[in-house]
Write a protein that binds this ligand. Structure first.
Ligand code: ATP
Length: 346
């Protein structure tokens, strides 16, 4: 990865009449980065991706690709390729022919074409599958053909629009690891669109969190998770307790809203002592959900607010944890794990 910008957005907007799909977005994606655009449905991620590809144009602002203003260039004049969720493979062609398609268009001689195609088959772990048709492949294998077909053109930037969306959870997790490994091997800038926060956290060097056509925060997975910059980010990326008003006042002595992750809170006996670097809140366990590896507790604090607490079942069994239902507890967490968000009513 270098400090050079692969993609630079300067105050880019894309409005469709009244709808501000993308609104004055500034963005700097570095060369060689695995960059994810994360956000709920309708937040503007796909529109950003389409504008980078050239399938759509900004209504205001500029987009630069490695320093060149491409805002008004057609897709075929940009060194960018896209992998779509539905793969868009040619069904009548074999795997090798699909992958070699870009080389054929560029009139690369057959011997060289075969060499590059075989190398690509190996990269995407499909050696031995070259003569099959897409219909004879699994979903994960088809996705790898689509990836190989896009990478063979050596684009400067590869755009991936929810490419793992059609796969089941296990295959999806396996492909996340593979995709990241392939990106590291080829060193090309990947821009990945997803609404799945776990996927973004697993694969990305950096993540942009979108909300209502704007970027709420850009940062590494750890920054986004540990230091959410807004209530929206705290709620969208992982599970977070948002505490405000009187309850915040009582716990921290300040009325400012804060977030605290469920796994940072410890469940203790009601009279447990609190050290100077901790906050404490007393409550009653309203619900216990045993999930094998860990247990999720819903703890009701005196005045109607709830906190979610997650603890690993290192020494506890399902019998132990369910016994806690209805019990009084004290919740303790380190002050350093609290993230203060905006003003009192933010
Ligand atoms: P998803 O995850 O569902 O794909 P997204 O974050 O990618 O969502 P976009 O597809 O970029 O969101 O859409 C952003 C907003 O712009 C939405 O409100 C959408 O309805 C609107 N929009 C997108 N394309 C058009 C269009 N061609 N005409 C009118 N409105 C559009």
């Amino acid at each position: 990865m270098t400090d050079q910008s692969a993609i630079l957005f300067k105050s880019v907007s894309r409005h469709f009449g009244e709808v501000k799909a993308v609104d004055q977005v500034d963005l700097d994606i570095r060369d060689g980065e695995f960059f994810s655009m994360l956000g709920p449905s309708g937040s503007g991620k796909t529109t950003c991706l389409r504008m980078i590809a050239g399938f759509d144009r900004p209504t205001a602002g500029q987009i630069f690709l490695y320093g060149q203003d491409v805002s008004q260039l057609p897709p075929y004049e940009r060194s960018v390729n896209t992998v779509f969720q539905d793969y868009a493979l040619f069904p009548h062609m074999t795997v090798s022919e699909n992958i070699a398609y870009g080389l054929m268009i560029r009139k690369i001689p057959p011997a060289e074409r075969k060499k590059q195609t075989d190398e690509m088959l190996e990269l995407v772990q499909l050696s031995g599958f070259g003569d099959r048709k897409p219909s004879q492949l699994s979903g994960g294998q088809r996705q790898r053909v689509a990836l190989g077909r896009a990478l063979i053109n050596h684009p400067k930037v590869l755009l991936l629009d929810e490419p793992l969306g059609a796969l089941d959870l296990k295959l999806r997790q396996q492909m996340q690891v593979e995709l990241k490994a392939i990106q590291q091997r080829v060193g090309i800038t990947f821009i990945f669109v997803t609404h799945d926060q776990e996927e973004a956290l697993t694969m990305s060097d950096r993540i942009a969190v979108f909300n209502l056509g704007k970027i709420e925060q850009v940062g590494s997975p750890a920054e986004i998770y540990e230091h959410p910059g807004s209530a929206f980010v705290a709620g969208f990326v992982g599970v977070s307790n948002l505490v405000k008003g009187e309850m915040a006042q009582r716990i921290t002595g300040s009325g400012r809203m804060f977030s605290i992750r469920p796994e940072k809170i410890h469940l203790a006996v009601p009279d447990a002592s609190q050290s100077a670097d901790e906050y404490a809140a007393d409550g009653k366990v309203r619900d216990v959900i045993y999930l094998g590896l860990y247990t999720r507790y819903l703890v009701e604090l005196g005045d109607g607010g709830d906190l979610v607490v997650v603890e690993q079942n290192l020494k506890t069994t399902s019998m132990d944890v369910t016994r806690l239902r209805g019990q009084s507890v004290r919740l303790l967490w380190k002050k350093e794990h609290v993230r203060t968000l905006g003003g009192p009513d933010a």
